[in-house]
Design a protein around this ligand. Sequence first.
Ligand SMILES: [Zn+2]
Length: 353
Amino acid sequence: MQRLASSFLSLLLPISLCGQSLTIAGTSAVPGSTAYGRFDVAAGSDSATWVPFAIIQGSKPGKTVAVLSGAHGTEYASIIAAQQVIPRIDPTKLSGTVIVVPLINRASFERMRVHTNPVDEKSMNGGYPGKATGTQTERVLDIIAREVIARADVVIDLHNGDIDENLRSYSYWTRTGKASQDSVALELCRAMGLDHVIVRNLDVTNPASTRSASGYSLSLGKVAVVAEAGRWARTDAADVRALEDGIVGMLGQLGMLQRARPTPLRITWLGEDSRVRTDSNVVWTPLVDRGARVRSGQALGYTSDYWGRKISDVVAPKDGIVTFIRSVPSAWAGATLATIADLLERPAGWKKP
Ligand SMILES: [Zn+2]
């Protein structure tokens, strides 16, 4: 009787033989289902918090992809895209697992604080792998490193232009010099669908280069792609959609979802970006738009004092394309005013930075 019952069950539930349930932080997703959960981060030297996540567990086995968003909690387009892509991925048609963390920096979102976690004033994209006994940012990153990044084959980190950032949408193809990582990342950048790609070289043996979500993931031998779409913290539908479509496109590229063969993307390749910063507190007036092609010495904008008297022009340090231009008058010492990237004919080979 028992034997009969179990063989009958296995006939009824072929899916359970093909995949396994996944449990993260007490939330379980059986094959072919989506589960919503949260990481509870206990209080330490500062307050407790929690971080939302979803597990999309495919009906068939396959790779694990992590989608991280909202390390900067006012970069709303990427947060909304990560939220909206969860129900767009049909777990019954998925091979493998997608773990989505749509809002890492909840305090930044709730208090509309740009760039940092207001609880401890730390960056939530610059402190990996975190620290279980550290401040709130470090405790959150420790959990994401252990529970999400450690499980992933591929890490997709989403961003967009923040309140102060007039940003040209692009992906980063960050290369480690290891062919197996770099070739997959290149195909994923194409599948992401943003037509500007910044080519970066990373030295994974340099600890300073592996503190971001993508750098840390690459140092563990995973594939990582960073995509940014949208500016001024706006939630323009086209930008949100571009990020969502990009995630679905990458899952197709990885063979995790069926998709029609996409039209090949014509990519504008960009080299290392040079930042132009101010060394004192000034009032900033930009004179060029994102995406502008500029010549070395061309004025990008000018600075003024707090009485409104012009101090000086700020000029492009080289020929290139404006990937980012500061869009608000507030500019404190050390703030980035503009970023200029080289236009490349095609990406050169990897070189140790
Ligand atoms: Zn960001």
